[in-house]
Design a protein around this ligand. Structure first.
Ligand SMILES: Cc1cc2nc3c(=O)[nH]c(=O)nc-3n(C[C@H](O)[C@H](O)[C@H](O)COP(=O)(O)OP(=O)(O)OC[C@H]3O[C@@H](n4cnc5c(N)ncnc54)[C@H](O)[C@@H]3O)c2cc1C
Length: 435
């Protein structure tokens, strides 16, 4: 009987997997099920769900380095990872209405003035062009459909039976199910709760995770202009391998840069975003100073506890040595926080790890001489890393269910290129199996 591969999620990972299978004359039947819409009916504002998933519909910057965008080389090695990246980029060009417009931004040498205090992560990025993504989605969809791929849209998979090999959903009052021989699970960020539910239901073993916590740093932009001219979204980093700690600046915003309070699990933490419209220009820079701490038992509980300690009156906290006042949000209200007069609370929350953050700021004062005390920090910024199911590294199948493959953000990716590459990697192993 013909093998049936079901792909849950028509995101970047699922679509690249299907493309690899089709391109290589896969003899089985491919069914892709997605809760969003096909590219002809998907609206621009439907950012997370539908053909090409999240970033493949609304942004389209393809990072080209294994240290960016999540895990790939840990499974397949550096050389193979780059080869898989190339395949993803080739696909975006191939379905692009004007492929010559896909440009790679050049990496530049690390500027001397940040040494020896920091490393600066520089990496190539392919710019697909946001304006073309919807056309790419349509061309890509037409190719797969015309080669026999079955798509089921606007259908949310509610459950998966890994033991008896079927996925199920509701259609009106009826329960519908679809059998699979192979299942590719690529539900992305919009399916994160579903992934967690399945992991709990089947008690899936997970990879050990690190803690990712820190502060959102904010200062007038002119202090950083010299670096922004080299790298707009600069990524400074410091590593202390003996201590299992590394720090990086994360998600830098400039020009019209705003800090935003996020509410997660009932607590407030901070993030940042930039506006494009000149009317919002405030000439500020903000970025996370995020610390990755390895080896902490129960990292999720540890982070939750630390975040709680940084709350006062149901708000996060803000400190500025020069008594800068907190900024306003893009809506014109002050960022929700309580002003404190030292970093003591940070030490209470994360212990001596706070010293790394303090030192990171001190080092920035060396590198950016005008900075001085002209800054403030919103505490905390936190990334709760979802559990990453343990997979076999040679094909990304679950260690307990060898015909179920996790890919993309549902596994360990955080970007388009890595997600697509993971999908391609799985498809390659399915093709090998069929031989
Ligand atoms: C606004 C935005 C901009 C971004 N820009 C970039 C960028 O420029 N560069 C970059 O590298 N990364 C970017 N990213 C991140 C990137 O988009 C993701 O890492 C990538 O899309 C993940 O691919 P994926 O296939 O794992 O999941 P996704 O692309 O998110 O696709 C998952 C699909 O699964 C479907 N789904 C979820 N749950 C179910 C269910 N239960 N049943 C059926 N279907 C389901 C969803 O509808 C969705 O279509 C961006 C993300 C966002 C949100």
């Amino acid at each position: 009987m013909q093998e049936r591969t079901v792909i849950v999620g028509a995101g970047v990972a699922g679509i690249n997997a299907a493309t690899k299978l089709i391109d290589n004359n896969y003899q089985g039947k491919i069914t892709i099920i997605d809760m969003g819409k096909d590219p002809y009916n998907r609206l621009p504002e439907e950012v997370m769900t539908g053909m090409l998933g999240a970033g493949g519909w609304s942004d389209g910057k393809l990072t080209y380095h294994t240290s960016i965008g999540g895990q790939l080389s840990k499974y397949c090695g550096e050389e193979k990872a780059m080869e898989l990246f190339d395949q993803v980029i080739t696909n975006f060009k191939r379905f692009h209405p004007n492929p010559s417009e896909v440009q790679c931004s050049d990496p530049q040498a690390e500027p001397d003035f940040i040494k020896p205090y920091f490393g600066l992560r520089l990496f190539p990025v392919w710019h697909v062009g946001t304006d073309y993504l919807h056309e790419i989605g349509k061309n890509w969809y037409d190719y797969l459909k015309s080669n026999g791929v079955e798509f089921i849209w606007e259908t949310k998979i509610e459950d998966i039976n890994f033991k008896e090999n079927y996925v199920s959903w509701k259609k009106g009052l009826a329960n519908v199910s679809q059998y699979y021989d192979k299942l590719i699970f690529g539900v992305g960020k919009s399916g994160i709760d579903f992934g967690k539910k399945l992991a709990e239901k089947y008690d899936l073993p997970t990879e050990p995770k690190s803690v990712q916590i820190g502060v959102r740093f904010e200062a007038p932009q002119h202090h950083f202009q010299k670096l922004i001219d080299v790298s707009y979204d600069f990524k400074l980093y410091q590593k202390f391998e003996d201590k299992g700690v590394s720090l990086r600046s994360f998600c830098t915003n400039n020009n019209a840069a705003y800090v935003a309070a996020e509410h997660t699990y009932g607590d407030v933490s901070y993030n940042g975003h930039a506006k494009k419209d000149e009317a919002y220009r405030n000439d500020m820079t903000n970025f996370g100073i995020l610390m990755e701490i390895k080896g902490i038992d129960k990292p999720f509980d540890w982070s939750r506890e630390a975040v709680k300690k940084l709350q006062i009156n149901e708000k996060g906290t803000y400190f500025s040595p020069s008594k800068r006042i907190p900024s306003k949000t893009s809506e014109g209200d002050y960022v929700k926080c309580v002003v404190v007069d030292s970093m003591d609370l940070l030490y209470d929350a994360i212990g001596d790890h706070a010293l790394h953050i303090e030192n990171f700021i001190e080092d920035m004062k060396e590198v950016f001489p005008t900075l001085g005390n002209d800054w403030g920090i919103y505490m905390p910024e936190v990334k709760y890393l979802s559990p990453e199911p343990l997979v076999k590294y040679d094909d990304l199948s679950l260690t307990r269910f060898p015909n179920v493959y996790f890919v993309g953000d549902a596994l360990s990716a955080r970007g388009i290129t890595v997600s697509g590459a993971q999908g391609t990697y799985v498809a390659e192993s399915i093709l090998k199996d069929g031989k």
